[in-house]
Design a protein around this ligand. Structure first.
Ligand code: ADP
Ligand code: MG
Length: 401
């Protein structure tokens, strides 16, 4: 796989380079303001390196899930403004993805300029299952530039026009962010220092069963918290009250527990609440005694200790998924406690997942204390599962370059 720095070494001055980046930042529902610009900042090294080398940079990105048509709610306008501030330049926004305005603005770029295309998901073809539909959009995108760089790690698991099909149509390379993410994930999958501990949380166990299956043979401990722990607790025969439960996954969880022996570690206590609300009454209960009327919204303090001691001597840690509903103050302590224990690891600690990374920042933890905070949740999980990621496979293909 070629790197953007290889392209730069070959010379990009005056050449138009299409860069797919992941600028899918969370926006405040009321004001539309960017609430966390982590992904924009993560995109800077590649963009700056290309500018410094005199490239004419055309950035393609998506935001949210518009329904395949322009929708002002999902415009990249606030992102263009923030990107411009961070780069110290003006970043114009094309009015379309790869239409007349994008062509005109791309043609008018000077060396070192940066143009942002409008949200690629304003075109239904971007996410289409139909190769020909995606191909038509990819042709228009490819026509804007001479070279393609994929730096959108958070999207490499998607077979989308701007990720997959366009790469097949232009000489291509991986951006610095993609390279760094791959470097870290490779360290997790090839001979990690032991003990190797994985911490999983978040809301849906069904989303993460495949990664649990794939990781179990490789890890020394798998700590399970968050909403997904209740399906495991139910598999052990505990009542879980009104907590999140995926009844159709209980048998699978029971089998995994039997296979894993003591390698799967479950919570011992739970913060149970009367409602999914910051105003709810809460009570810490042992997992054997979750009352029928209450729902578990965080792991309890004894669990933080148990998980903390499993992490205490770990040399490699991957953490994905908050331990509780950290968005609400009464249910933050579990995530904060586990996040602190992960930060204290003497070795490689990796945080993956949009909400987990947001939790680290929102709870005021020191980002620098982690070995790596991944910008891609789904992408890093699929990589750890050992699946082929379309966006990476196409970059590895050197034919036509
Ligand atoms: P990530 O984005 O890091 O991969 P997920 O998207 O899987 O994480 O899960 C994050 C969500 O899980 C958060 O919004 C959090 O509120 C929710 N969550 C965590 N614990 C619980 C719980 N006990 N009950 C309901 N939701 C939970
Ligand atoms: Mg999430």
């Amino acid at each position: 796989m070629r790197a953007v720095d290889d392209l730069i070494a070959e010379g990009v001055s005056g050449r138009r380079v299409l860069v797919r980046t992941d600028l899918n930042v969370p926006l405040d529902k009321e004001t539309g303001a960017i609430t966390d610009d982590g992904r924009i900042r993560a995109s800077l090294p590649t963009l700056q390196a290309l500018r410094d080398a005199g490239a004419r940079v055309i950035v393609a990105a998506h935001l949210g899930r518009p329904k395949g048509a322009p929708d002002p709610k999902f415009s990249l306008a606030p992102v263009a403004a923030r990107l411009g501030e961070l780069l110290g330049t003006t970043v114009p926004l094309a009015a379309d993805v790869a239409g007349d305005d994008a062509r005109a603005k791309a043609g008018a770029l000077a060396d070192g300029d940066v143009l942002l295309l409008e949200n690629v998901r304003f075109e239904a073809a971007e996410t289409s299952k139909d190769d020909a539909e995606r191909g038509e959009l990819a042709e228009r995108l490819a026509a804007l530039a001479e070279l393609y760089v994929d730096d959108a790690f958070g999207a490499v698991h998607r077979k989308h026009a701007s990720v997959y099909d366009v790469a097949a149509r232009l000489p291509h390379a991986a951006g610095r962010l993609v390279a760094r993410e791959l470097d870290v994930l490779t360290r997790l999958t090839t001979d990690p220092d032991r003990p190797y501990v994985v911490v999983l949380g978040g809301s849906k166990v069904s989303d993460k069963l495949a990664v649990i299956e794939a990781l179990l043979p490789k890890v020394d401990r798998l700590l399970v918290g968050g909403g997904m722990c209740f399906t495991f607790l139910a598999a052990q025969g505990h009542g879980v009250g009104g907590s999140l439960l995926e009844a159709d996954q209980v048998d699978t969880c029971r089998r995994l527990l039997a296979e894993a022996g003591d390698r799967i570690v479950l919570p011992v206590d739970i913060v149970a609440a009367t409602a999914f609300s910051a105003e709810a009454e809460t009570r810490v209960v042992p997992v054997e005694e979750i009352p029928d009327g209450l729902m578990g919204l965080d792991v309890g303090p004894r669990t933080v200790e148990v998980f903390g001691s499993a992490l205490g001597n770990a040399r490699t840690v991957f953490w994905n998924g908050p331990m509780g509903v950290f968005e609400l103050a009464p249910f933050q302590a579990g995530t904060r406690g586990v996040a602190s224990a992960v930060a204290a690891v003497d070795g490689l600690s990796v945080v993956g997942g949009g909400d987990s990374a947001a939790a680290v920042r929102q709870l005021g933890l020191d980002e620098e204390a982690y070995g790596h905070i991944s910008t891609g949740g789904g992408a890093s999980l699929e990589y750890l599962e050992g699946r082929e990621l379309p966006g990476l496979a196409v970059l590895a293909d050197r034919s036509g370059t």
